[in-house]
Design a protein around this ligand. Structure first.
Ligand SMILES: C[C@@H](C(=O)O)C(=O)SCCNC(=O)CCNC(=O)[C@H](O)C(C)(C)COP(=O)(O)OP(=O)(O)OC[C@H]1O[C@@H](n2cnc3c(N)ncnc32)[C@H](O)[C@@H]1OP(=O)(O)O
Length: 174
């Protein structure tokens, strides 16, 4: 009888513990769910890191001959006011930038950083329009009214560096 009572008590205890565990799990998962923002778009991989350089040929030669990287030809992108060269790195790319035209958006940056420097990072997104809508709502400044066609023939936007911890962020439609 005592053994039976013990079993019943143990069973009850197990059930109580299971219930408590379930309640705890539910409340933990509910609080996790509450913290994850519900977005209609997703951030993808790092597409490239862009470096503004004062001398494109010199930079091209550094990555090709000194570091042994696979380096593209120079491509002018007049609608962006830049010449670009891509350096293949396997997991991502570097984009070397040099000003094209009098109104190049990178001229001011190179005046301040005479030796050149990291200009922006480019991250892929699966839905650039949905990203724009949400970022606007969150008061992140987007530097064009509409996406432009970027270096890879896909829509891109730029986010103001002052709203992104000092880094100019480019989002590219994957
Ligand atoms: C082909 C395409 C692609 O990859 O697909 C491209 O690469 S196109 C790559 C080129 N295109 C772009 O960059 C387009 C987006 N960029 C822009 O709209 C502009 O460059 C801005 C980022 C708004 C900067 O404009 P602007 O040079 O006229 O203003 P500013 O010199 O007064 O700069 C305002 C403040 O932002 C800072 N600032 C400027 N450029 C910065 C950068 N690249 N990274 C971090 N901070 C930066 C300045 O130091 C300054 O801070 P203080 O006030 O503290 O001194």
């Amino acid at each position: 009888m005592a053994a039976c009572m013990g079993k019943v008590a143990a069973g009850l205890l197990t059930r109580l513990q299971t219930t408590a565990h379930t309640v705890r799990t539910l409340s933990v998962s509910r609080s996790l769910t509450q913290k994850v923002p519900c977005s209609l778009w997703k951030l993808g991989r790092l597409n490239h890191v862009a470096i503004a350089v004062p001398d494109l040929e010199k930079a091209q030669s550094f990555y090709k001959s000194v570091l042994g990287a696979q380096v593209s030809e120079t491509v002018p992108l007049p609608e962006h006011g830049v010449y670009t060269v891509f350096v293949e790195l396997g997991n991502t790319k570097l984009e070397l930038l040099n000003p094209l035209g009098e109104k190049s958006p990178i001229s001011g940056f190179l005046q301040k950083n005479k030796a050149g420097g990291m200009h922006h990072i480019c991250i892929e997104v699966d839905d650039i329009k949905a990203a724009m809508a949400e970022l606007k709502e969150k008061k992140i400044r987007i530097l064009s009214e509409e996406p432009k066609i970027g270096a890879h023939g896909k829509p891109v936007i730029f986010l103001h560096p002052k709203d992104c911890d000092g880094v100019l962020v480019e989002l590219e439609q994957a």
